[in-house]
Design a protein around this ligand. Structure first.
Ligand code: DP6
Length: 360
């Protein structure tokens, strides 16, 4: 499959649509959760294509809700206003204007519309939860719903939304789907693509569908390194090729573990991915230390807890200091007790977020 299959399809479809038939209520509202990567996307090339395939769990409680009010503009020119938590946010608005420049080719009807976009998140800013993933996924779902409302088509909304979300933020394309989601071309999964994500829930053992994600907030301050700048560090990274090879190998093992319900192997792979991501960050030019001393303390405590109890749980990290603990419903009480008694004291103001893989 080439990298432009969906690009060509959506470009063609957009051009064919001519009759604009505005509905009575020109308003759409969509929600989309964030996701946590198990196999990390770190490194990209033009058009927001990933250097390696990634896999994530889509979450449940941590989501963005977005509403778009739209109307034909008087001067037949596109315009938008963006509000976050009821306040106009000019910084994100500027980002969105560039984003709309990129996606208008797939939604020609947008050209003569005036949009008011309103969003809020159910999770705190910089809590170690990717807000760009849920933000662009919710926005893309709104735009595809608008298209459906206006043209009354029966197109597959999720796939186009995943494609459109990816252009805003790579990992956002995974948030369009629930449960366990793959993004990126791999020989292991038929129909996988660099352009859109794919849900792989059918291949996953039921035990993983009971998984929780408890997020320990160690440092809620804004990110030291934006994801876009982080991906750029991979351009000249000495370990880049080895990393992409490792990600593909880890993916194969993870897919096996996910389908067999092998929680031990699952944990080994995803912890290796988290550590590797930070290994890449440390060895970049310039190098970045995004781990906090408390991150290391907690990791050590988790490792000891596992050794003592033989419980099967796993931890992962994004490009930041906060820790995600992933575990099945079978050991939920024990894990929560351990967090309360041993880990909470290392979290900023004792804070942690209780989330869960989304149901299918
Ligand atoms: C470490 O998707 O946020 O969370 O495509 O530049 O918006 P852009 O990057 P982004 O990168 C996510 C990086 C990661 C790993 C992952 O989610 O796979």
């Amino acid at each position: 499959m080439n990298d432009f299959l969906f690009h060509n399809k959506y470009l063609e479809e957009g051009q064919k649509i001519s009759k604009v038939d505005f509905p009575d209520t020109m308003e759409v509202e969509c929600k989309s959760p964030s996701n946590i990567a198990l196999i990390k996307y770190w490194g990209k090339y033009e058009n927001q294509f990933p250097r390696n395939p990634s896999v994530s769990f889509t979450l449940t409680k941590s989501f963005t809700s977005t509403r778009i009010l739209y109307k034909p503009s008087q001067d037949k020119k596109f315009s938008l206003e963006y509000f976050f938590n009821n306040n106009r946010n000019k910084d994100f608005e500027e980002k969105l204007i560039k984003y709309f420049d990129n996606i208008q080719q797939y939604f020609p009807f947008l050209k003569s519309l005036q949009l008011r976009i309103e969003s809020y998140n159910t999770f705190p800013h910089s809590a170690g939860i990717a807000s760009s993933a849920s933000a662009f996924s919710a926005l893309a779902l709104c735009l595809c719903t608008m298209e459906k409302q206006i043209f009354k088509n029966n197109n597959d909304l999720s796939q186009k939304a995943s494609f459109i979300a990816r252009i805003g933020s790579g990992s956002a394309c995974r948030s369009v789907y629930n449960g366990v989601v793959l993004w990126g071309k791999t020989l292991s999964i038929t129909g996988s693509s660099n352009e859109v994500a794919k849900d792989i829930n059918k291949l996953v053992h039921p035990v993983f569908k009971t998984y929780y994600d408890t997020i320990l907030i160690i440092d809620p301050s804004p990110k030291k390194l934006s994801s876009s700048d982080g991906h750029k560090l991979m351009y000249n990274h000495a370990y880049a090729d080895a990393r992409y090879k490792q990600a593909n190998e880890n993916l194969k093992i993870l897919l096996g573990a996910l389908s067999a319900g092998n929680e031990l192997e699952f944990a080994q792979i995803i912890e290796n991915e988290a550590m590797s991501l930070h290994g890449l960050l440390l060895s970049s030019s310039p190098g970045y230390i995004l781990l906090h001393p408390n991150t290391l303390i907690i990791i050590e405590k988790l490792q000891n807890f596992r050794m003592d109890t033989k419980f099967q749980f796993a931890f992962t990290l994004d490009a930041g200091p906060n820790i995600h603990i992933l575990y099945s419903s079978k050991i939920r009480e024990k894990v929560i007790d351990f967090i309360e008694s041993e880990l909470k004291q290392y979290c900023k103001n004792g804070s942690w977020i209780d989330d869960k893989i989304s149901t299918l």
